[in-house]
Design a protein around this ligand. Structure first.
Ligand SMILES: CC(C)(COP(=O)(O)OP(=O)(O)OC[C@H]1O[C@@H](n2cnc3c(N)ncnc32)[C@H](O)[C@@H]1OP(=O)(O)O)[C@@H](O)C(=O)NCCC(=O)NCCS
Length: 187
């Protein structure tokens, strides 16, 4: 049983502050989540204000994992993709506070994000994670397939380049495949 609760976050000063705390801590400890160390509180707040406003518009879902009233983890499900990719969603900004790692928080967040994608009839999930200090083990346990590695893709928070691993996972058989296979001649 999950000893913490997971819920979608909407714009609020409290949510923005708690998400900023996590982001600053994760970046300071080498997490590759698009930012460099030291990450200022202003920059972290600006990022989450924009992200939560996007969530309010239904373009993404920012999930929070809570231990009592404390935000201890987060993941974002990006839904607002180009018009020719309405079946797809992306996983981003997966982070757990140092104090709560290795307790299944990220696993529970990923499971919840997948279910939300399925609920929205998304059939393909895509994500990327750093080669060094990334979360490839977590995603592979969830059945994500490695499409490939791009070397020297981004700077690590404390400097030095690292590659990125691109993953994908089908969530449901696309309806068109089912229709096609049903209409094949039996011969
Ligand atoms: C990657 C990250 C989100 C994982 O968070 P987490 O909450 O510790 O993840 P989980 O607890 O679900 O799983 C992590 C490990 O703990 C293990 N675990 C899960 N529940 C456990 C439990 N109850 N007891 C002991 N171990 C457990 C998992 O098997 C897993 O093993 P692994 O280290 O071999 O992969 C976290 O390390 C982080 O924030 N990293 C920095 C940011 C980052 O790199 N994010 C990914 C960007 S794509």
């Amino acid at each position: 049983m999950t000893p913490f609760r997971i819920e979608p976050l909407a714009s609020s000063a409290a949510a923005c502050a708690a998400l900023s705390d996590i982001l600053i801590e994760v970046v300071a400890h080498g997490g590759s989540v698009s930012f460099m160390h030291p990450l200022s509180r202003d920059a972290a707040s600006r990022f989450w204000e924009t992200s939560l406003a996007s969530a309010d518009r239904g373009e993404r879902i920012v999930l929070g994992a809570f231990d009592r009233d404390h935000l201890i983890g987060t993941v974002t499900l990006l839904l607002d993709l180009p018009p020719n990719q309405p079946h797809r969603a992306e996983i981003a900004k997966m982070m757990t506070r140092l104090s709560h790692r290795h307790r299944g928080v990220a696993t529970a967040l990923l499971r919840a994000a997948e279910q939300l994608a399925i609920d929205r009839e998304r059939t393909l999930l895509v994500l990327d994670t750093a080669v060094e200090d990334g979360a490839s083990g977590l995603y592979e346990r969830f059945g994500f397939q490695l499409a490939g590695i791009i070397p020297d893709y981004a700077l690590k928070p404390h400097g030095g380049l690292t590659g990125t691993m691109i993953y994908w996972k089908r969530l449901l058989a696309p309806a068109s495949c089912c229709i096609m296979s049903r209409s094949l001649p039996s011969s």
